[in-house]
Design a protein around this ligand. Structure first.
Ligand code: SF4
Ligand code: FES
Length: 393
């Protein structure tokens, strides 16, 4: 899935929970992370061309065992973390998911599951609800099976997802429908929103592809045009007004066309941390794309110590690291200089201003690149495990 969705969802859920004051307080001083994203596995039956997992996926043999994950959950709760998001790959591919959910719930964490839904059964969904799961983000690729399954590389997936939505509602769980949008499904945003309403979701997230990992690899396949993007934004605004009180619509714009960057992860090492299947602790899901960072593992060092003193966490925290343009900018504590991974991918230096910022000297180049990609023809490259053509669950 597109992990920038996490940031917005976390903030929305926290606001729903009435803890926005706490969140504001936490932005002012170094506090524990608000939420952790636990990538339990990189295994997944889907092969989405914009998957935010790294190009080099963690093999099943390297995944942390149940006891190690239980220790992570206990440590997170002790630190004062409020939420845990179980993600992947496909987290329901882990047989111990119910055990992990139960521990997180009993430790007082708000438990969210980010899933493709294709492995869920009525029995499993009910068991997860019983274990203490509070909320499910169910990913769809489209409102139509054909184009959706072209993106996911998984035949029959759409019908399974529709069934999964029913299971989730029947189990009494809160449902958010997540849909990543790009130039091939942008035209169906109205149908996508209606699908979410029909499925009984309380929220739908329409998130443009974030260009990291496989999304970056397939940027020329996915980039929408400028006019198409403006139209999409109008459609969402109209639907928000029309469906007020029926469904909440979150919308993540394609930031190559924005004037300012997003506040990626709410600022590097300020609110969130990410656990890889093998136990590496990252400031964001794409941080391994930045050379020179050292990522500690929870197998070797306590989580709280990594959060506080890990080299990768300290490197771009707060404002001291910023280039001059950001240091003197009034938005420096709004967007925190944007996204380090995007700066790395597009300028070759993670310490540069995010080049989607209109003040960046790379911005003209990025705009031209987006315009060029929006009309490029290219066959998608599907997510695969390194060295194999298919992953197994
Ligand atoms: Fe954000 Fe830096 Fe651009 Fe200011 S100059 S808007 S802080 S990226
Ligand atoms: Fe934005 Fe890494 S994805 S900082």
């Amino acid at each position: 899935m597109a992990r920038n969705e996490i940031r917005d969802d976390v903030i929305d859920v926290l606001q729903d929970q009435g803890v926005s004051d706490l969140m504001t307080a936490q932005t002012k001083t170094r506090e524990p992370p608000l939420a952790i994203l636990a990538e339990l596995t990189h295994r997944c039956p889907l092969r989405c061309v914009y998957c935010s997992n790294p190009l080099a996926l963690d093999p099943a043999s390297g995944e942390m065992d149940t006891e190690s994950w239980l220790s992570v959950i206990d440590q997170a709760a002790d630190m004062g973390v409020l939420q845990i998001h179980f993600s992947g790959g496909e987290p329901t591919a882990r047989k111990d998911l119910d055990t992990l959910v139960a521990r997180a719930d009993s430790a007082g964490l708000y438990v969210n599951l980010i899933t493709s839904g294709v492995l869920l059964t009525d029995q499993r969904t009910a068991a997860l609800a019983e274990a203490g799961l509070a909320h499910v983000q169910l990913g769809f690729q489209d409102s139509e099976a054909g184009p959706g399954e072209w993106i996911s590389g998984y035949a029959g997936g759409h019908a399974k997802k529709l069934e999964a939505a029913r299971m989730i509602r029947d189990a009494g769980l809160a449902l958010t429908v997540n849909v990543v949008v790009h130039r091939h499904n942008a035209v169906r945003v109205p149908q996508i929103i209606q699908m979410a309403v029909d499925l009984g979701a309380h929220r739908v997230e329409i998130a443009n592809v974030q260009y990291y990992g496989w999304g970056l690899r397939n940027r020329a396949v996915l980039m929408p045009g400028r006019a198409q993007t403006e139209k999409m934004t109008e459609v969402v605004e109209e639907a928000r007004k029309r469906l007020k009180g029926v469904i909440v619509i979150d919308y993540v714009t394609p930031d190559y066309y924005a004037r300012y960057p997003k506040s990626c992860m709410g600022g590097w090492a300020r609110r969130f941390l990410n656990l890889t299947p093998a136990g590496k602790v990252l400031p964001c899901h794409a941080a391994e794309s930045i050379p020179g960072l050292k990522f500690d593992s929870v197998r070797d060092r306590p989580l709280a110590e990594i959060w506080e003193n890990g080299q990768a966490f300290r490197k771009y925290r707060a404002t001291e690291w910023m280039p001059e343009g950001c240091r003197s900018c009034e938005r420096r504590e709004i967007d925190w200089g944007g996204c380090r991974c995007q700066a790395m991918a597009l300028t070759g230096d993670a310490a540069n201003m995010d080049p989607v910022c209109m003040y960046s000297s790379f911005n003209d180049e990025v705009q031209a690149m987006a315009d060029q990609d929006a009309v490029a023809g290219q066959e998608p490259v599907y997510r695969t495990f390194q060295g194999t053509s298919e992953e197994t669950v």
